[in-house]
Design a protein around this ligand. Sequence first.
Ligand SMILES: NC(=O)c1ccc[n+]([C@@H]2O[C@H](COP(=O)([O-])OP(=O)(O)OC[C@H]3O[C@@H](n4cnc5c(N)ncnc54)[C@H](OP(=O)(O)O)[C@@H]3O)[C@@H](O)[C@H]2O)c1
Length: 423
Amino acid sequence: MIGLGTVGAGVVQLLNQQRKLTLKKIAVRSLEKPRRIELRCPISANVSDLIDDPEIEILIEVMGGEHPALEYIEAALERRKHVVTANKEVLAKHGPALFEKARRQGVTIFFEAAVAGGIPLISTMHKGLEAIQISSVIGILNGTTNFILSKMEESSLSYEAALAQAQKLGIAEADPASDVDGHDVAYKLSILSALAFGQFVQPASIPKQGITNIGPDALAHAKELGYRVKLLGICRKVNERDNKSYLDVRVQPMFVPVNHPLAAVSASKNGILVRSDAVDEIILVGPGAGQMPTASAVVGDLINLASALQLPDFASYFHYDIAPQWAQLADKDDFVCPFYLRLSVANLPGVIGRIGTTFGAHDISINTILQHGVHNDHAKVVILTQAVRNGNLHRALQELSQSDYVKGVEECVGIFEPAYENA
Ligand SMILES: NC(=O)c1ccc[n+]([C@@H]2O[C@H](COP(=O)([O-])OP(=O)(O)OC[C@H]3O[C@@H](n4cnc5c(N)ncnc54)[C@H](OP(=O)(O)O)[C@@H]3O)[C@@H](O)[C@H]2O)c1
């Protein structure tokens, strides 16, 4: 095993409780660090002690980061070792080449811990739902942002105060960028796309909107209107005009109706909704991270892999049907949903009418429009649109921002309507 941090120490604890599997060696960065767990195998600061050991059949990679984790995984596959990894970043960025290498070498990569930690999502999608065609996977895939948004809503906290609480509890990292800007969810969506639709998506190409601009006003309005704000990862197959299918993959905060099961996924939990024609909807909810939930996913993979090692040519059974090319994404301007908007406008007669005219010119119908108070020379206007094309909305907002009567677009959040996400 490479790595003996949060997850690695949990794996050691679980393996110490059983007798079937033996850890042969552990590699770490620093031998000086005190380890507060019982270790029953040698520990080394030299990864090649593991990679070059011909007796080792399975490499567990729980060190994290892109490099040198990628090179270690590649070296293990080249030496025909199976790999169990929790590393979403490496899989999302290098999945096509890694799975192709594993296939050529006749070995497998297990990665239950890489997405939604303690929830058995990967095995459910890979084996449990193997017979059906998945049409969409939509979920709350990041516990840190879900905790922050839940705290902001429950305790009327600012984003900064809720983040500080998450950091104090060890739920958010000192540098929270990967979580709050949506990169972590994008890695997970890339992996889920590979499982659901047979192709990884380049994480850099996934449209991402994080939660740093969500303010208490949006959360209060959401509550007033019967919604909760959740950071959603969305991955759907869509058929475009030329009869080709593309993937609509995006990360965005959305207003979720309070009576939808995803709205009830609170604190640092994850929740994933998998949709297919044959099974309709299934929803999985549970801890998406944390030491023991993640370690249990790693050890679960090890147990599966170790039992399979008894069978001849088992690797083909675990083979993932993943293409070596990256998926093609649908045009992000084309996705359709209703929106919540908050504008700061000049306090002048006729402004609401002019906003309506601009929206009309871009084919946008308004559902509700409310004026929330007047401060000096400007007023706050909250608008709920009907379902609109993302591209039309952004063109209309750009035009409004350049006008002399709209001072600024303070918030623009999509509204999750299952009917549009399933279309
Ligand atoms: N923590 C979670 O809840 C969670 C949940 C899901 C997935 N994951 C994934 O699990 C992986 C591990 O996360 P973690 O939280 O356990 O990380 P961590 O606590 O930072 O531990 C990293 C471990 O890797 C070792 N390491 C780092 N660079 C190394 C190198 N170049 N050579 C050898 N060892 C090296 C470190 O050694 P030293 O101890 O000597 O510094 C440390 O033991 C990551 O991919 C992460 O995304 C974590």
